[in-house]
Design a protein around this ligand. Structure first.
Ligand SMILES: [Mg+2]
Length: 229
């Protein structure tokens, strides 16, 4: 089995910080005083797509590469500044590293597919103490739809030669409705990491397996298998 992880709200407790950085970047670069950080409101819940959407909204024309890069670079700088002033704001979800280690030791494939840009995603993983350099990954720079980013992460895992094949079952682990939707569109399994309102949203949308964190490893392994049924 190949287990593919989302980052924000899944491996890392960074969703609130991510929202705050987006608001600041949109205000500074585009003059947008209030933007929605409910990513269900956007065509895709991925940074490159969100940036294109906001740029078009603010300037009335299709965004160019340079404009997107400017917004991305400011977003990443704001994130780095936020970390410098309050290092405790980024934490890994309890048990995340240990769960990845156990998956690998039991022969599972592990990959990352995030709606975040490469630079900010890798920075968050570093800050949260999650070893990721050896994990095949795909980012917002690779595609707009999350389902395509997941598919690219799967292809990169296949190319990495760690033993999965085209027939290997795939499960996506995420925290948002958009993650569940992407998994359904691809016909792969889904396991949620969420609590409170976000857990309710996932369960109401039909997610059967939702956990607050990665501490219940045995239950998570059962959920991975059952999510494919
Ligand atoms: Mg997320």
């Amino acid at each position: 089995m190949l287990v593919i992880f989302d980052i924000d709200g899944t491996l890392c407790r960074t969703s609130q910080l991510d929202d705050d950085c987006w608001r600041l970047a949109a205000r500074e670069v585009l003059g947008i005083e209030s933007m929605s950080t409910d990513w269900n409101d956007y065509p895709h819940s991925t940074d490159e797509s969100i940036a294109s959407h906001l740029l078009k909204q603010a300037r009335g024309v299709e965004a160019g590469r340079e404009d997107i890069d400017e917004l991305r670079d400011r977003f990443v700088a704001i994130l780095e500044e936020a970390h410098e002033s309050a290092p405790d704001r980024m934490k890994q979800t309890p048990g995340a590293s240990e769960f990845i280690t156990r998956l690998v030791s039991e022969g599972y494939g592990v990959a990352i597919a995030t709606g975040g840009w490469t630079a900010s995603a890798r920075f968050k993983l570093d800050c949260c103490g999650i070893e990721h350099r050896s994990i095949p990954s795909a980012f917002a720079c690779d595609a707009h739809p999350r389902s395509e980013i997941i598919e690219i992460a799967r292809s990169r895992t296949l190319e990495s030669g760690i033993g999965i094949t085209d027939d290997t079952d795939v499960v996506y682990i995420g925290d948002g409705l958009w993650d569940l939707t992407a998994a359904r569109n691809l016909g792969i399994g889904f396991v949620g990491i969420a609590s409170g309102d976000r857990e309710l949203l996932l369960r109401e949308a039909g997610a059967n397996h939702v956990f607050p964190d990665f501490l219940g490893q045995d239950d998570l392994f059962v959920a991975l298998s059952e999510s494919l049924i």
